[in-house]
Design a protein around this ligand. Structure first.
Ligand SMILES: Nc1ncnc2c1ncn2[C@@H]1O[C@H](COP(=O)(O)OP(=O)(O)OP(=O)(O)O)[C@@H](O)[C@H]1O
Ligand SMILES: [Mg+2]
Length: 494
């Protein structure tokens, strides 16, 4: 027998034997179970970047075994699949127990990455749901996770999507799909709220200690607020969340369902449902058709995140022990958000230093963009080229209110004159993406994929992987949305 062959066979293709991960918390936190198989699976999309991150062999990734594993039809050696329990506030109202109703954690790599299937069948937390995800929403989650990563926004990643002809009932009959997601942790605010609501303080402490030890070890330092590690945790989560909000607002991303069960304890973007990148800059834009009150409108996101942090603070209160300390932990949210947002906007404007007048300039341009209904992504990209080429006419063309634009350009030019043009242009072209996952682009990829044509999905994936590059010949993907784009209705149904 060839000894080499024997040793390679012993190495699992995806090593999920990581120890001390979520499964080590014990049965109060999850139910161990297997995914429910789906018939006749096929590949929809794969991210080679994430495959590399997981050190997956390209040959294995292309194999039928991988297809079966990531559809939930075959077991990986060493994996201990589980669905976790959490609760949460949905649309501002306490919703009680939720949990992974259609997500199953396969396990964790020795490097500390959790690998999770979404859409892999019912769990004890499915409530009325079928445990499935449809092809349309799975493609959106897959593409957007990777697009956000390429934009530099903290996010869960997506390794792949597989599809199956199995019918899934939504407004109409659709087909099933499974997304394989990857993150350091899928723990949500809602996990803490769950144990707090039940008065299970021991479990609450176990969870908080687990999160601190693994992800926020600096919170153990006595320098932290009042020497209270749990208050320090709250502050650290609050600041990461503030940074995430600054990213979202600057890039024009609407999440759509900012329920506390969709808020990551690591400040990652998780749960890509009815999200949308803004087309025209409409500050009050609501991307989720089910959000009739506009609770999660684009311009409300930073405040909603703050509200959600109050829910987390409430949940951590039994551990923090003192209401004042809990409140103090949230104080830095506003300055972290606004400092980070301003820094991002300055970079979008090519301003390399902080100067008096920045804030006014930024407020003013956002007001003009809103008044003129200017396309958000196109504006920033054109402005970047305008600075590079010293020709602002193509930007001016975007505004009905030419006088308003001219006036703004005057003040902008004064600040720009203080910087090196080449440096500004470079900064702008690497801060203002040419390509974002607009709704209509996702829709086109989905329509083609439903017909078995994955070329559009692959093109889009390639462009979104390098959103700051020019990609000659692909200007159509960076163009204004077609008229029909505004009629796309994305709801919670997924
Ligand atoms: N089809 C379904 N079957 C079972 N449970 C579901 C289904 N759709 C949603 N849920 C559950 O309803 C709750 C809220 O759903 P939400 O849309 O926020 O999450 P999700 O998209 O399913 O998953 P995630 O947050 O993990 O990305 C969660 O507990 C979720 O597991
Ligand atoms: Mg969710």
């Amino acid at each position: 027998m060839n000894p080499l062959a024997a040793s390679t066979a012993a190495i699992p293709p995806l090593d999920l034997t990581g120890k001390g991960g979520f499964a080590s918390l014990g049965p109060a936190f999850f139910t161990a179970l297997q995914p429910t198989p789906l018939p006749q699976p096929h590949w929809i999309g794969v991210s080679t970047d994430v495959a590399d991150l997981l050190a997956l062999d390209a040959g294995w990734m292309a194999s039928d075994e991988a297809l079966q594993v990531f559809t939930g039809n075959a077991r990986l050696p060493g994996s201990t699949p589980l669905a976790s329990v959490y609760s949460g506030h949905q649309f501002g109202v306490w919703a009680g127990q939720l949990g992974d109703g259609r997500a199953i954690l396969l396990g964790e790599t020795p490097g500390g990455l959790e690998v999770q299937l979404k859409g892999s069948g019912r769990t004890p937390y499915s409530r009325m749901g079928d445990g499935r995800a449809v092809l349309r929403s799975s493609i959106r989650e897959f593409l957007c996770s990777e697009a956000m990563h390429a934009l530099g926004v903290p996010t869960s990643r997506a390794l792949c999507v597989t599809g199956s002809p199995a019918p899934v009932r939504r407004e109409e009959i659709e087909s099933a799909a499974v997304v394989t997601r990857v993150a350091q942790s899928f723990v949500r605010f809602g996990h803490f709220e769950h144990f707090a609501a039940r008065g299970q303080v021991n479990e609450l402490r176990l969870l908080a200690d687990y999160v601190i030890d693994r992800y926020y070890p600096a919170c153990r330092s006595t320098e932290q607020p009042g020497g209270n590690a749990y208050a320090a945790l709250l502050q650290a989560v609050s600041e990461r969340t503030a940074t995430l909000m600054a990213h979202w607002q600057a890039v024009g991303f609407c999440h759509g369902v900012m329920n506390t069960d969709n808020m990551s304890i690591l400040g990652l973007t998780i749960d890509y449902g009815p999200f949308q990148f803004l087309d025209a800059f409409v500050p009050g834009h609501v991307c989720n058709h089910s959000d009739t009150q506009g609770r999660y409108a684009y311009n409300r996101q930073p405040n909603v995140a703050y509200w959600n942090l109050f829910c987390l603070a409430q949940a951590l209160l039994p551990l923090i022990g003192d209401e004042e300390q809990a409140q103090a932990a949230l104080v830095s949210y506003k300055t972290v958000f606004s400092d980070d947002f301003m820094a991002r906007m300055r970079a979008k404007l090519g301003l390399t230093a902080q100067r008096a007048g920045d804030a006014e300039l930024i407020d003013h341009i956002l007001l003009l963009l809103a008044k003129n209904g200017v396309d958000y992504t196109i504006f920033w990209r054109r402005l970047s080229h305008a600075v590079a080429q010293n020709d602002f006419e193509p930007v001016r063309d975007l505004f009905a209110d030419r006088a308003g634009w001219d006036q703004w350009l005057l003040s902008y030019s004064e600040l720009l004159a203080l910087t090196d043009k080449a440096v500004s242009a470079h900064l702008m072209l690497s801060s203002n993406p040419k390509f974002v996952l607009r709704n209509h682009l996702g829709e086109q990829a989905i329509r083609a994929a439903k017909q078995g044509d994955f070329s559009e999905l692959q093109t889009l994936q390639r462009l979104l992987q390098h959103p700051f590059d020019e990609h000659p010949g692909h200007d159509a993907w960076a163009d204004f949305p077609p008229d029909w784009a505004s009629s796309i209705e994305i709801s919670c149904s997924s």
